[in-house]
Design a protein. Structure first.
Length: 289
């Protein structure tokens, strides 16, 4: 099981230099991946810019948008930005994409929220064309730098619908889960694997899970403050906050449950921007590193 960590790009009060320091500490402590989450109408740092900054100050750690709201970005610009980050990072970047569920993000950019699935499908197709090097525009040249991974930036698909399975099989290297309990997602994983095999895809889909956490004496207060702020629109936000791991034993138990469900990697997303959270998490789940 690979163990990644979220970078607190949505954390209130975090500074740009704080994010850079977080990326450096995460790599030094041996985490597999550094991941963002994404909004438009929220005072967060842009996911792709944040990961580009992280790429510049690290050498090994993977970079993941977990997930970027694809339809809120113009497809030609998304294709160019993702291919640029892929090259700048030396092939360490995976583009996690989904549609999200907050209508104000779509209203802000003039995209029809209720058509986001259809727009996303067309976008995924167009991204592949752009990265293939096919002539684009009046000059007949490619529109992006050439991706480092055989003509495409690797994509992970987020979402829990039948359409998410279809997109992951057709366009992705796998699927990323948005915080559901491992046991709850097991039937979805089984369906994804069956569809993967039926489509003739080689190997198995990559499976990534997200889990928020908080450690240390202020963990409970930090968890509730962050979840209430970021997810307060959900009726079950309080229940979500109460269920999150707050100690090393809970974290290790969650990893065991993920392994049993078949996941390859977990991203532990912080609920505090305190840099000490990186070390507390590493000490809990990365013994000997």
């Amino acid at each position: 099981m690979r163990i990644g960590i979220g970078i607190p790009n949505t954390m209130p009060g975090i500074s740009g230099p704080d994010l850079v320091a977080w990326a450096q500490r995460a790599e030094a402590r041996g985490f597999s991946t550094l991941a963002t989450i994404d909004r438009i109408m929220y005072p967060n740092y842009d996911s792709l810019i944040t990961l580009a900054a992280a790429a510049a100050v690290t050498q090994r750690i993977g970079l993941l948008t977990n997930v970027l709201l694809g339809p809120t970005r113009p497809t030609p610009l998304l294709a160019k930005s993702a291919a640029s980050l892929d090259q700048i990072s030396g092939g360490r970047f995976i583009l996690g994409l989904g549609v999200g569920g907050r209508e104000d993000d779509y209203q802000a950019v003039g995209v029809d929220f209720h058509q986001r699935g259809r727009i996303f499908d067309a976008q995924l197709e167009a991204l592949g064309v752009a990265w293939s090097g096919a002539p684009q525009g009046a000059n007949g040249k490619a529109s992006t730098p050439p991706p480092t991974h055989g003509g495409a930036v690797p994509i992970l698909i987020g979402g829990s619908t039948d359409a998410a399975i279809e997109r992951a099989v057709k366009y992705g290297i796998g699927w990323t889960a948005g915080g559901a309990p491992p046991e709850q997602s097991a039937p979805f994983i089984a369906r994804l694997r069956a569809a993967w095999q039926a489509a003739g895809r080689e190997g198995q889909p990559r499976l990534v899970a997200l889990c928020y956490f908080g450690l240390g004496p202020q963990a409970d207060a930090a968890i509730h403050a962050y979840i209430d702020d970021y997810y307060g629109f959900l009726p079950w936000a309080g229940q979500m906050a109460a269920s999150l791991p707050r100690n090393p034993e809970d974290l290790r138990s969650f990893i065991t449950r993920l392994e049993a469900a078949g996941y390859d990697e977990v991203i532990f997303d912080p609920t505090s921007g305190d840099l000490a959270q990186v070390d507390l998490l590493a000490d809990a789940v990365l013994p000997g590193r």
